[in-house]
Design a protein around this ligand. Structure first.
Ligand SMILES: C[S@@+](CC[C@H](N)C(=O)[O-])C[C@H]1O[C@@H](n2cnc3c(N)ncnc32)[C@H](O)[C@@H]1O
Length: 244
């Protein structure tokens, strides 16, 4: 690595650590995050014309991970309007990958969303499956679609309850390749004040499932470098790297 960029990264790392030592800034960020939920702030953005339900910080971090891993297959549970799968496909296309697929799974692919997703310039890279992500038939179908592809990355963004995510983790973690990632948006539910969300609860959510999964699966670990710099993130401790 050239010395200029080494110097830049070293300085940035120092700044991030300095930022994290500032408790006032950290608490302010968490407060801001909690307030933003009231206004569904993460619904405010689109990617190539389709709503993407993520905070901008997470969209940039996901781009960094896709650039680093260059997966052949990305599986995302939870399609909604399609912005996130379109985002992933567009980044992989920009990276010049010749062959790749983004497999999206949703229990309810709404007709109006599907019609718009079909118009996307990256539609040919998408493979949409309707059904529950934890249904064995759906999981086996995903496995068949992966075939001999080697680099697999998984994003779990469907039902955020403990029961569902723990099943997803136990199934889909087996597909993730070494040095690739599992991304779990919505771990932040557990870090927000009680009753912040109508549907999700502190103690019964994505993060509760993730903590249990990580305590039993030492081949995955939280990528601290990725996680710590991003304070406006819904994926708090939710960028998980497969290390073995
Ligand atoms: C938060 S949204 C997904 C947002 C999308 N990933 C994005 O970033 O734009 C959650 C989606 O999960 C879907 N969903 C809920 N339960 C599911 C399940 N059991 N299996 C698959 N999808 C499910 C919902 O229909 C909804 O579209």
């Amino acid at each position: 690595m050239k010395s200029e960029i080494k110097k830049f990264i070293k300085e940035r790392s120092k700044d991030i650590n300095r930022m994290l030592r500032n408790k006032e800034f950290f608490n302010l960020s968490r407060k801001w995050l909690a307030k933003s939920i009231k206004y569904k702030y993460n619904y405010n953005y689109t990617w190539l014309g389709r709503p993407i339900i993520k905070y901008p910080d997470d969209i940039v971090v996901m781009q960094e991970i896709l650039h680093k891993v260059r997966p052949d297959i990305v599986i995302e549970t939870g399609i909604a309007h399609g912005g996130s799968i379109i985002f992933t496909a567009s980044i992989l296309k920009m990276l010049g990958k010749k062959k790749f697929k983004v497999i999206g799974i949703d229990i309810d692919i709404r007709k109006h969303n599907l019609e718009e997703i079909k118009k996307s310039i990256v539609y040919k890279y998408l493979d949409l499956i309707e059904g529950s992500s934890t249904d064995t038939k759906i999981f086996n179908l995903v496995k068949r679609k992966i075939g001999k592809n080697k680099k697999i990355l998984v994003i779990l963004d469907s039902d955020h309850s403990y029961n569902h995510v723990i099943k997803e983790l136990n199934l889909y973690s087996s597909l993730v390749s070494k040095n690739s990632y599992m991304i779990l948006p919505d771990t932040y539910i557990d870090f927000m004040p009680k009753n912040t969300f109508k549907k999700w609860k502190v103690g019964n959510n994505t993060y509760t499932a993730l903590k249990e999964f990580l305590s039993k699966n030492k081949n995955f670990k939280i990528d601290i470098e990725v996680n710590k710099k991003s304070l406006i993130s819904e994926a708090i401790n939710g960028y998980i790297k497969k290390i073995v």
